[in-house]
Design a protein around this ligand. Structure first.
Ligand code: HEM
Length: 554
């Protein structure tokens, strides 16, 4: 049989008519959508705000298309500079995001009691952190924060010093094998941070053979990567799409690992608690609450004056050291006390939140400090000068709380590191009321998301002299005195600031001073070589590479 390959004019014209109709139909639907979209109140208000032109339906998501996480970071920062504005907008589909760089505007969001709700992307954390402190809202957030924040105050932090020192020494032992080699210090800092958190905040001691810290830290890092990919590849955000990807299977095994550690930790602590009760030991919870209330009446401020938040409303010396409980003990006792409705699941969510927030942030911060000290040898020398003044000939003695108060230069190095390389590079909130900006005549419409970026504001040329230069003297008291308060917020600021910032600063000082006393650090790279990744936690995609050798004391 011969099959004709001749075109069939009639069928063709039907097809082309069908194509044309479909095309016109699609254009008409898009046009109607476009005009409807433009008529929406929030879109009209936002139309005045500068930003890249959005395409119908998809908005500006093409900015992220085909970009790797570190290229995305670079591109976002370049766009902000290119528009030379303190306010910029972008659409992910129909969702409006307004980015604020000016501290006066940042203050309107972070300093307010109204805009406390996190933007909806934080919900991607839900399978992991549940409704823990980082993402919870309303009365639940308020009551849990009131309970958790005081468990990270100086009176209890001081009692953590033996554990801080023990884990710092373990880290030094592990680092021995890297002497002379070029290696990535992040895994080491991460493992040490998890072990310290487990032992301090959770009260769970680790055995020498136990590799839990490392496995857990690795699972947390992998989870962060998945969440980050879903943040910027917005089409992967909906659960019904994500669940068909390979990543969903990986996420599920990572969460199994993370959650089983959390459940194990809580189980162990509960057994301890019941043993204490069976021995007739009294619950310290009620007494601690009473002390807390008394302390709250005595408002005072101290130390870290560069951050405004509710933690400063508590005078720590008012709280008897013996009556203070570390985080997890406190949560367990509170759950057993009538009047509290803390379930095991509530405790698990808060434990997961503290383990995530307290670990990856501090590990990134300490790794950045080590790299920067490797690059800036003169600044490393200054740190050593200060440490010599504190330790004289007793170079190996354990680091005390009093020592950390004298580490003023190291504190400035840490703060400057957190300025240029803030571990949490952005924060997003959902606003339920219109926000009239201070820096320009724009109004952010209610019901949309606002993004403030530590990375961008910390480099704002109007508020920082030579903003791209690493200079710890930026934090000399005289240089801080007249700087806008919200030009620096590595720990966020206002009512929803980081509850663990004092813990973080103390831990960073102990771990960094320990490494510096033992090793001299060098880096083969300069800062311009750092490849930054706009992950949930800011990282270097090229690795935190340093070289160490025994420090020879002159
Ligand atoms: C260098 C270390 C750290 C940095 C830079 C940092 C930074 C931050 C930032 C920016 C936020 C606000 C996040 C947002 O609103 O999206 C935050 C919140 C939080 N941080 Fe930290 N953090 C650090 C260490 C810690 C530690 C050590 C802990 C606990 C042990 C901790 C516990 C928390 C918690 C529970 C929240 C949620 C607070 C709330 O929403 O009420 N952080 N942190």
């Amino acid at each position: 049989m011969v099959v004709s390959t001749e075109p069939v004019p009639f069928a063709n014209s039907i097809l082309s008519n069908a194509y044309l109709t479909a095309l016109f139909g699609a254009v008409a639907v898009l046009a109607i959508y476009h005009f409807w979209f433009q008529s929406l109140r929030y879109v009209k208000l936002a139309s005045k705000i500068p930003g890249p032109t959005p395409l119908p339906v998809v908005g500006n998501i093409f900015i992220a298309l085909g970009l790797s996480p570190n290229a995305f970071m670079k591109r976002a920062y370049e766009l902000f500079k290119q528009y030379k504005t303190d306010v910029a907008k972008a659409y992910a589909g129909p969702y409006l995001y307004t980015l604020l760089a000016n501290p006066n505007d940042v203050e309107l969001i972070l300093g307010s009691q109204q805009h406390l709700e996190k933007s909806w992307e934080y919900r991607l954390f839900e399978p992991w952190l549940g409704d823990g402190l980082l993402i919870s809202k309303g009365e639940r957030w308020r009551s849990h924060r009131k309970m958790i924040a005081p468990t990270f105050h100086s009176s209890i932090l001081k009692s953590f010093f033996p554990v801080f020192n023990k884990n710092a020494n373990r880290l030094l032992e592990k680092l021995e094998k890297e002497k002379g080699k070029l290696f990535d210090c992040h895994d080491y800092m991460s493992g040490a941070t998890v072990d310290t958190l487990l032992e301090t905040a959770m009260g769970v001691e680790k055995t020498d053979k136990d590799n839990t810290g490392f496995a857990y830290a690795k699972a947390v890092m992998d989870m962060c990567n998945i969440l980050h990919i879903r943040h910027y590849k917005v089409w992967l955000r909906p659960e019904f799409i994500f669940k068909w990807t390979k990543m969903a299977g990986i996420q599920s095994s990572l969460l199994n690992l993370i959650h089983s550690l959390t459940r194990e930790v809580i189980k162990r602590k509960k057994i301890d608690y019941y043993e204490r009760v069976s021995k007739g030991e009294q619950s310290l919870y009620k007494e601690a609450v009473k002390e807390e209330e008394k302390a709250l009446k005595n408002k005072n401020t101290e130390n870290y004056k560069y951050i405004h938040d509710d933690l400063e409303d508590i005078e720590e010396n008012d709280i008897g050291e013996k009556k203070r409980l570390a985080f997890l003990d406190f949560m367990i006792e509170a759950s057993q006390t009538s009047g509290n409705k803390l379930s095991d699941e509530d405790i698990k969510e808060e434990v997961d939140t503290i383990m995530f927030e307290g670990h990856d942030t501090t590990a990134a911060a300490s790794s950045f400090v080590l790299c920067l000290l490797g690059v800036h040898k003169n600044i490393q020398k200054e740190c050593i000068k200060e440490l010599k003044e504190i330790y004289h000939d007793n170079w190996e003695r354990p680091i005390t709380f009093a020592d950390t108060l004298q580490m003023k230069y190291l504190e400035r190095v840490i703060m400057e590191t957190l300025r240029l390389y803030p571990p949490v590079p952005i924060i997003a909130r959902k606003v339920h009321q219109d926000v009239k900006l201070v820096s320009a005549d724009y109004t952010i419409p209610a019901g949309t998301s606002v993004v403030v970026s530590q990375y961008v504001t910390h480099r704002h040329p109007q508020f920082w002299k030579e903003p791209e230069v690493f200079n710890p003297d930026n934090f000399l008291p005289e240089n801080c005195a007249n700087r806008h308060y919200y030009s620096y917020f590595p720990f966020s600021a206002g009512p929803r600031s980081c509850v663990g910032r004092k813990y973080a600063m103390l831990k960073l000082k102990v771990i960094l001073a320990s490494v510096l006393r033992k090793f001299e650090i060098t880096s083969p790279q300069v800062e311009a070589d750092f490849q930054l990744q706009s992950d949930i936690i800011l990282k270097r995609t090229d690795g935190f590479k340093i070289r160490i050798q025994d420090r020879i004391m002159a």
